[in-house]
Design a binder for this molecule. Sequence first.
Ligand code: ZN
Ligand code: ZN
Length: 480
Amino acid sequence: MPSHQPAAGMLAIDPQYISQPSAQASTAEPNRNPKYDPKKPHITDTPITRQNWYKHVNWLNVFLIVGIPLMGCVYAFWTPLRWQTAAWSVIYYFWTGLGITAGYHRLWAHKSYSAGVPLRVFLAAVGGGAVEGSIRWWSRDHRAHHRYTDTQKDPYSVRKGLLYSHLGWMVMKQNPKRIGRTDITDLNEDPVVVWQHRHYLKVVFFMGLIFPTIVAGLGWGDWIGGFIYAGILRIFFVQQATFCVNSLAHWLGDQPFDDRNSPRDHVITALVTLGEGYHNFHHEFPSDYRNAIEWHQYDPTKWSIWLWSKLGLASNLKQFRSNEIEKGRVQQLQKKLDQKRSRLDWGVPLDQLPVIEWDDYVEQVSNGRGLVAVAGIVHDVTDFINEHPGGKSLIKSGLGKDATAMFNGGVYLHSNAAHNLLSTMRVGVIRGGCEVEIWKRAQRENKDVQYAKDDAGNAIIRAGNQVTKVQQPIVSASAA
Ligand SMILES: [Zn+2]
Ligand SMILES: [Zn+2]
């Protein structure tokens, strides 16, 4: 039962606080230890030393998520595992896991669908059997996690380390004032949530240990096996699996929708967490009842919700339009593309090139510099003359002249790659009316989008739209 305060869930809710949105630092908060005083410095405000380290540890949680499983492992050594108990443990693992993923997470924390009372009672019960705190407490933290992802106010920020996001945040005490505020008025109005919070410890012991033991005991006489395998060890596995949503899902995989924060998509996380592994999608579209949007991706939580809706137990399944989802995907692809193109050499931007007089240009060539003017732009091809695929003499015949027509088909219609390569050699713009035309053309480099710029503000030059490319070949006797 992870909690910031050891007494989470032990206290009955005082009705006067039920509709309070989120009394984070109030001593009267039903989720808080009565000894908690918001004015006193919290233990987390003092550095960990050899003398006080044990005060930083949340010992109840250490017992619940580390101690009990260890005891289970030890007892399992002497307890033979019967196949009926093994099957029941797996089934109950799925039920209690779904209590967290379909119940705590997608129903209560995100309201991604509506459920009638029978389904809510079932999810509150089996979710309690996963021993991860009450719905009210869990959802409040989870909403803070979404709202303040990766920041100080995120209760399980992966920026503090993978282990911290998995277990550390429960094993070490947390300052309640640090966790971001969220509105849970809706949860306080749900009688199932309030009931489960009020009777949390009873729910945990009954659904976590007693119920799985009774099923195995009355079903096939395996009381001890039911207790050890379907109870304790199943709790351990379901806890570790669902903790992976906070750790693994923020650490392993791709970011197809947004890479500014840590959530990631990965099939391994999905397999471990009953389909909660498409976490980059989930953080982008948290109120969508799905995590996996493709039919072939593993999301048993989504399948269960869908099935319940067909059975009339759930309704109002929320789904983002695929148009919106695709937009997010395209924007992220564009971002990646921009990053890739910004690493390439596209030549000096046209508006940063010096303006050269025609006579200067001709004079520099006569002084031995290998300059060639194409479409009013001067390129220094000195080092390229020997490599020119069309031969030295052809390129040399263009030096000191207007080679626009030669380059664009008068002599040879150069390829897109040739225009790209030429742009990396540009050194100036010819004065004489041309430069204005060139700048205008530079802005038109993409015909459809007037000012297509990437994230860094550089013009995007599409194939066939280089400034040196003159669409209608000019027949120029002087250049040939
Ligand atoms: Zn997350
Ligand atoms: Zn979520």
